[in-house]
Write a protein that binds this ligand. Structure first.
Ligand SMILES: Nc1ncnc2c1ncn2[C@@H]1O[C@H](COP(=O)(O)OP(=O)(O)OP(=O)(O)O)[C@@H](O)[C@H]1O
Length: 672
């Protein structure tokens, strides 16, 4: 498995990235994410047609020319046949050429026609090849663009709306829906108008050659329309159900992979196996229904031209029409061309129903609110030009000054929906710059949520979080900047200066070196010097572990860090914060999996060493030993502040919740 993973992410493949990018960029007219999100929310289907309209027009032009060329060659072939018969009364052209013609002239004429047919066929084939090339580009580019926008939407989606989607749903959207939509647009969209146009042309030719008898053929062909509509309706129902079943299976597989260890230890293997078996089976049965429908429709359409030509023959016999070889040949050939045009109809209908379902499902995901949409209008600050310049510099990491930040939380309350209770109530607190705040309290008291509100990740239901940034850049008259966290600019500013260590470490399947700066390393090219990475490894007390690894910093740590212990993952996550050297550090209980000795070193490095020096640190913790290192402690219980103050003040008060909490823990320790 590991070998397979290594093969699939061979980094030398990245050398081909510029080539792929250049190819995909040919005629790329996609706007930026904000503009495209607006269009995608109305209809992904229409948005993609809008962005690829030049390619579609090009394909239409090529395809229709290809069809006209094929028809001209058919027309020439019929003329060829008639030149041998010399009996035609239908065609003035033939009369013109053959009336008094000698055998030699007929020979020259037929040879010329044969050459023309050959050239037309070559032309049609080369046009067709060009169309296939563009089709292939679109079949890759459309899912690729959809995947990019899904990724950006996921990055921005509001926390409240994100909870509606499971990993399986999103995987299915990116994997299947994007592909279905791309498939239809690339391979079928243009073919439908071409099909109509070419059918019209063939029909004109049939009337010209076969007269009123051709209408019998048209009537038989027209029977395909209600049949196709019927199959499309069934396809839509079957396909919607198929995608739902796909979501379910992918959800199960994700859960299964994530919980593999527990599934094994608890002996739940059989249960999961049955669940996945049932989900796959139900998807398979649905696929069978779809395939059956498709085969039936395809077989019917594929052979329909025979019914059409039989109908025309019957008409010729019934109306005693022209039974010459060229007329019969024209009836067969033109019916087969008409049949060819409508052969892909069931496929179109199938792909169309898949694309409509995919577009509807994608639209639902795009209409999910993004974070910025939760910000209230009046919260947006009006910055003057100088402030805007400074903001721009901070965001792009170009300000020549150390930055520090303070917070002011005013009556923060939070609930996830109107039907749910508040999980945070009226939180008001001042957090001075360059100081440390510890947030403690029982489980589920709201510590992580408060941190996420301060980080700008969740918008509170009521209340504001104001920040003030301090800097000292000689180029500017001002040396501080204030604003609201929950604005686009506030969020961008915070993200430029903060680092965050979550409860559960996020590890990418790569080497330790790549995991710390979290930037992908191109072959033979290092983004960041090893020294900076090594220093952060020392700060996070990971160096002794590193010595144990045979490949040092280049050790691959497997998917989600499977080759590491919980404490090792936490320390990799911590070393990222040290590496970032950010002015604002959020630590959400990151020491829960480390031993007492490592905890001591880490607490010392963070709160007493260079790592946290002059930084504003917000630390949520259940470990009370090192609270003495912090400047302020906030005690949360049931989403409300029950206590706030310095360690000394709270410790001196015998009745403080902190003391009760500590003695409660000691009591618990004694009993155990
Ligand atoms: N997305 C969500 N939707 C609904 N409720 C949520 C959501 N996220 C958290 N909660 C609820 O908010 C409450 C506080 O959660 P939070 O994660 O902040 O607790 P905590 O104090 O950090 O807990 P712990 O000490 O266990 O980490 C919990 O009751 C939790 O169920």
């Amino acid at each position: 498995m590991k070998k397979l993973a290594k093969l699939s992410i061979d980094k030398s493949d990245l050398n081909s990235v510029p080539f792929i990018n250049n190819t995909l960029a040919k005629g790329d007219d996609y706007p930026d994410f904000d503009t495209s999100l607006h269009d995608l929310r109305k209809s992904p289907f229409q948005a993609l047609i809008k962005y690829e309209r030049k390619q579609f027009s090009f394909m239409f032009f090529i395809h229709i020319t290809d069809v006209i060329t094929s028809l001209l060659s058919a027309f020439a072939a019929i003329q060829l046949l008639r030149s041998f018969e010399k009996t035609s009364t239908n065609f003035k052209l033939i009369d013109l050429f053959y009336h008094e013609s000698t055998p030699n002239q007929i020979l020259i004429f037929t040879v010329c026609l044969a050459v023309i047919i050959f050239i037309l066929k070559i032309l049609a084939a080369s046009l067709h090849a060009q169309k296939i090339e563009t089709e292939m580009l679109l079949a890759w580019r459309i899912p690729f663009k959809l995947m990019q926008s899904l990724y950006l939407q996921l990055l921005k989606i509001s926390k409240k709306d994100r909870t509606q989607y499971q990993t399986g749903d999103i995987t299915n959207l990116a994997q299947n829906d994007a592909k279905f939509l791309g498939n239809f647009l690339a391979h079928a969209l243009v073919d439908i108008p071409v099909l109509l146009a070419s059918c019209a042309l063939v029909m004109i030719l049939m009337i010209a050659m076969l007269g009123k008898i051709a209408w019998i053929g048209f009537f038989i062909i027209a029977l395909q329309i209600p049949l196709s509509l019927f199959f499309s309706w069934i396809g839509n129902i079957l396909h919607t159900e198929m995608m739902k079943r796909g979501d379910k299976r992918l959800q199960l597989i994700t859960e299964w992979i994530q919980g593999m260890r527990l599934v094994r230890y608890f002996g739940w293997g059989k249960y999961f196996k049955n669940e996945i078996h049932e989900a796959t089976l139900s998807e398979f049965l649905q696929d069978l229904k779809i395939t059956f429908k498709y085969c039936f429709a395809f077989a019917l359409t594929l052979n329909w031209w025979m019914v059409v030509s039989s109908g025309i023959f019957a008409g010729i016999v019934f109306y005693n029409g022209d039974r010459s070889a060229s007329t019969l040949f024209a009836a067969i050939w033109l019916s087969s061309i008409l049949g060819q045009q409508i052969t892909p109809l069931p496929w179109f209908v199938n792909a169309w129903s898949q694309a409509i379902v995919a577009s509807r499902r994608l639209k639902l995901f795009y209409v999910a609110r993004i974070q910025e949409e939760e910000f209230l209008e009046e919260k947006n600050n009006n910055y003057n030009p100088e402030e805007k310049e400074i903001i721009d510099k901070i965001i792009h990491n170009k300000l020549n000054s150390e930055i520090s930040i303070s917070f002011s939380l005013n009556n923060i309350s939070l609930r996830f929906s109107k039907s749910e209770p508040y999980v945070l109530n009226n939180i008001s607190v001042e957090i001075p710059a360059k100081k440390t705040l510890a947030i403690i309290g029982p489980v589920a008291s709201g510590k992580s949520l408060l941190i996420q509100i301060m980080m700008g990740d969740i918008t509170p239901t009521h209340g504001d979080v104001h920040f003030k940034l301090y800097f000292n850049d000689k180029n500017y008259k001002i040396n501080s900047l204030s604003g609201n966290v929950h604005t686009s600019l506030g969020l961008a500013l915070l993200r430029a200066i903060q680092s965050y260590v979550p409860q559960e470490a996020f590890i990418i399947s790569s080497s330790i070196r790549e995991n710390i700066p979290l930037k992908y390393k191109y072959q033979n090219e290092y983004y960041d010097s090893d020294n900076a990475i090594m220093n952060s490894i020392y700060a996070a007390s990971f160096h002794t572990d590193l010595n144990e690894f045979s490949h040092g910093m280049d050790t691959e740590i497997g998917e989600r860090g499977v080759n590491l212990s919980g404490g090792q993952k936490q320390r990799i996550s911590l070393s990222r914060s040290s590496f970032a050297n950010s002015s604002l550090i959020f630590l959400d209980d990151p020491l829960s999996a480390v031993d007492v000795k490592t905890e001591k070193t880490l607490a010392h490095n963070i709160f007493r060493g260079d790592w946290g020096k002059g930084k504003t640190i917000i630390w949520s913790t259940h470990r009370l030993e090192y609270l003495k290192y912090t400047d302020n402690i906030l005690f949360l219980d049931g989403g409300s502040i029950t206590e706030f103050g310095s360690f000394e003040t709270l410790k001196a008060n015998n009745k403080s919740r902190l003391n009760q909490f500590i003695s409660g823990l000691n009591e618990h320790d004694r009993k155990n």
